[in-house]
Design a protein around this ligand. Structure first.
Ligand SMILES: Cc1ncc(COP(=O)(O)O)c(C=O)c1O
Length: 384
């Protein structure tokens, strides 16, 4: 019985799975039998430092031996240090952190704060965006209500804006809007980078209408786009950003980072989480951010991402979208087919909701030789 068959015995069968079962992993490689698979997917954009990074292993080992877990019922230096590091890394006035366990939970809390502070109950989201699978995050996820949103009603009214349609903004972002939530580069939507003019129009409309701007940086944040956050690239000033995935390099962790103004309106009892800000997650946040700085990984991302963009079109790839290490390769063929053909060549990439885009979300420690093997493999595939 292989692991897939074993899983089927007692795990609900809700995931489509790939035909590999990694037994170990190191650096950017997943090891499966005698195969070494270059991981351009990072477990849904989580493994930002790859596998077995010595700094991560050391920090985890030390923290596990010191205090494995305590909740927010007590203050801990390790949690304070993680919040310092994240606030330092975040742009502008985003200086205050609330730790969660996932992207959905971060978004859930951001939306809750927006409704509470504005006293409004309409949220604007962008077509093709993805924000998670809980009640509020699912409500602002494009297509969710048709596809899998099983709650009888959403917690607030939702208006969707067609992406990059700046002309539609004034009719949709109004003085009834509590917040606009968006991904600057839509991850699951195909690593599609929103038009900066569209984003600026939204930011201005939010200011004019007293609505909050929430940037979902769950996939784009923590250096992935070659800057600390995609917010730095788009030069907007959100009220809140949300993170998860790479923030602790593989230990479940999310966070909501808010401005001084928002923080001033939040008090005891407004938010809470048992596991959020636990010591293992906290020490990993500090470690991930230290390693990104010390190893100049954002420079590496910008340089290798540039190499990928420069080499395209190649094989079935027509064009490139996205930023840094959140790249979408737009294909002339089916993304699933190309993904499978690359996997046969020991290269793992992701797909997206765009049937013609494969998504690259590699660890930041990727090297030129890995990019060359991806490009070489793509060049061998049928173009049409
Ligand atoms: C942009 C974005 N927001 C939110 C989420 C939800 O994160 P999680 O699965 O940790 O709840 C995801 C997950 O893919 C995401 O890509």
């Amino acid at each position: 019985m292989n692991a897939r068959e074993h899983e089927a015995k007692h795990l609900l069968q809700v995931y489509g799975q790939l035909p590999i079962e990694p037994e170990s992993a190191s650096g950017v490689y997943l090891n499966y039998g005698d195969r070494k698979i270059v991981d351009f997917y990072g477990g849904h954009a989580v493994a930002c430092l790859g596998y077995g990074h010595p700094a991560m292993l050391k920090a985890l080992d030390q923290q596990a031996k010191t205090v494995l877990f305590q909740s927010n019922a007590v203050a801990m230096e390790v949690r304070a240090a993680a919040a310092d590091a994240l606030a330092d890394f975040a742009p502008g006035e985003l200086n205050h952190v609330f730790f969660t366990n996932s992207g959905a939970e971060s978004n859930e809390n951001a939306l809750r704060i927006a409704c509470k502070l504005t006293g409004r109950n309409r949220i604007v989201a962008i077509e093709h965006g993805f924000h998670g699978r809980t009640a509020a995050a699912g409500a602002v996820t494009w297509g969710a209500r048709k596809k899998w949103y099983a709650f009888p009603q959403t917690p607030f009214d939702v208006d969707f804006l067609p992406r990059d349609n700046a002309g539609a903004v004034p009719g949709v972002v109004t003085n009834e809007t509590a917040a606009v939530i968006l991904e600057l580069v839509q991850g699951l939507g195909g690593a599609y980078d929103l038009d900066p003019g569209f984003v600026r129009t939204i930011a201005r409309a939010c200011q004019a209408m007293g609505a909050m701007l929430i940037i979902d940086e769950v996939q784009t944040g923590i250096g992935r786009c070659g800057e600390p956050f995609a917010t730095n690239i788009y030069k907007v000033a959100p009220d809140m950003i949300t993170v998860a995935k790479s923030v602790a390099g593989g230990i479940p962790c999310g966070a909501l980072i808010v401005t001084d103004d928002v923080a001033a309106s939040i008090g005891p009892g407004d938010l809470g989480s048992t596991f959020g800000g636990g010591p293992l997650a906290s020490v990993m946040v500090s470690t991930v951010l230290d390693v990104i700085r010390e190893e100049k990984l954002m420079d590496n991302i910008r340089s290798l991402s540039g190499q990928i963009a420069h080499a395209c079109p190649v094989g079935p790839v027509d064009s490139v979208q996205g930023k840094g290490f959140l790249r979408g390769l737009k294909l002339r063929r089916s993304a699933v087919e190309v993904r499978n053909e690359l996997l046969e060549r020991d290269i793992l990439v992701g797909t997206s909701t765009d049937p013609h885009v494969i998504r690259l979300l590699p660890p930041y420690i990727l090297e030129t030789k890995h990019v060359q093997s991806l490009l070489g493999a793509l060049a061998e595939l049928p173009e049409e």
